[in-house]
Design a protein around this ligand. Structure first.
Ligand code: FAD
Ligand code: SF4
Length: 335
């Protein structure tokens, strides 16, 4: 029986832990005070509007296993290969030893403050998709003065596919999240108009295209192919938008009550730090596997494996499949 350390208790870490615990001892580390912070900060999940809390509660039950020891409030800050084992150090200086390590440190959202021209943190009424999730979860969507907004406008690709921020990749989950959130806005506030500004809509998953059609046909969401170049506050606390409709080739000036920035997925601080410490940092500070085709859970460091969105943006379904693949890869290596 081996001792396996898993860093990060998101869906990837928990799923990997569950499979490995059938045969091995697992130490699962989480920097927050509880696992699944990037699931609990959501209300309903695409593609089928499953409750995020319900999924999280089910995953928590998986952790009730005698071979899994979970350490919360434990931010792993360093990772080193010793002779025949791995040494992990946390932010308080505690050290842990394991035979194998799985990095499942996931993602963090793009910091919208970096897009100053979009006014996040400067003007009221400009929020991120995660801020909107929180409102949806609390059952109350409000504008900057606490009233129900008359219009909500979504802007895609904030901090992804973006020359200025240096993130050229597509974050994969934000198109479908905007469609899902626009439907939720229209369900909760039937008198509110919803606009989605997009470059192109990437509805790649099963059921996504249907959700897009439902958004238009059943919920009357307005999709505008175009970019918003600037956002600022009006004298009456609304949001003034300078935009372009790129299908019509026309400039647009409009006001809205709530501008929702669809922020992309970036490598989390933990992913960035530990991938660099272990010498496996890849593009955009995500962790680099050996090969995306056949060795996507392996790294160039013997005994160090990868699971989930620490490698690149992915949905929960893809994360869970990837975590199972990681566990099988490890079991094959240990055998
Ligand atoms: C706005 C938005 C909405 C989304 N909505 C959906 C949706 O509806 N449906 C869907 O399928 N997907 C959705 N996703 C994607 C989903 O959040 C991810 O697929 C999923 O969270 C990835 O799981 P993970 O375990 O790889 O990473 P994470 O969930 O990020 O988990 C990583 C864990 O590692 C911990 N960690 C990081 N560094 C350290 C460290 N150094 N030491 C210890 N612990 C550490 C973190 O605290 C975290 O708990 C959405 C994403 C965004 C941005
Ligand atoms: S998923 Fe959509 S919104 Fe997100 S980066 Fe890709 S194209 Fe842009």
């Amino acid at each position: 029986m081996s001792k396996i350390a898993i860093i990060g208790a998101g869906p990837a870490g928990i799923e990997t832990a569950t499979v490995l615990a059938r045969q091995h001892d697992v130490l699962l580390f989480e920097k927050e005070n509880a696992p699944l912070c990037n699931i609990r900060n959501k209300a309903l999940l695409f593609p089928d509007f499953t409750s995020a809390d319900e999924l999280a509660n089910n995953m928590m039950r998986q952790l009730e296993h005698p071979r899994i020891t979970t350490y919360c409030d434990t931010d792993i800050t360093d990772l080193r290969k010793a002779q025949n084992s791995w040494q992990l150090t946390d932010a308080k200086g505690n050290q842990y030893e394991a035979d194998y390590v799985v990095l499942s440190t996931g993602y963090q959202i793009f910091d919208a403050h970096k897009k100053e021209e979009l006014g996040y943190g400067i003007y009221p009424g400009i929020i991120t998709s995660i801020d909107l999730e929180k409102m949806i979860k609390e059952g109350k969507i409000t504008n900057s003065i606490g009233d129900a907004p008359k219009s909500v406008t979504f802007l895609q690709c904030v901090g992804s596919r973006d020359e200025k921020s240096g993130n050229h990749y597509c974050s994969k989950v934000c198109c479908v999240t905007a469609v899902k959130q626009a439907i939720e806005v229209r369900k909760m506030l039937p008198n509110t108009t919803a606009y989605v500004f997009y470059m192109d809509l990437r509805m790649w998953g099963q059921g996504f295209e249907e959700m897009y059609r439902t958004a238009q046909e059943q919920y009357g969401v307005n999709f505008v192919r175009g970019r918003i170049s600037e956002a600022a506050a009006t004298y009456d606390q609304r949001v003034q938008l300078k935009a372009e409709d790129t299908l019509m080739g026309l400039p647009l000036n409009m006001t809205t009550d709530l501008l929702v920035l669809m922020v992309g997925m970036c490598a989390s601080e933990g992913t960035d730090r530990l991938a660099h410490a272990a010498g496996i940092a890849g593009k955009y500070n995500f962790a680099q596997s050996v090969s995306e085709h056949l060795k996507d859970n392996l790294t160039e460091q013997e005994g160090l494996f990868l699971a989930g969105s620490c490698k690149r943006p992915m949905s929960i379904q893809d994360t869970i499949q990837d975590a199972r693949a990681a566990a099988i890869t490890i079991l094959e290596q240990i055998a």
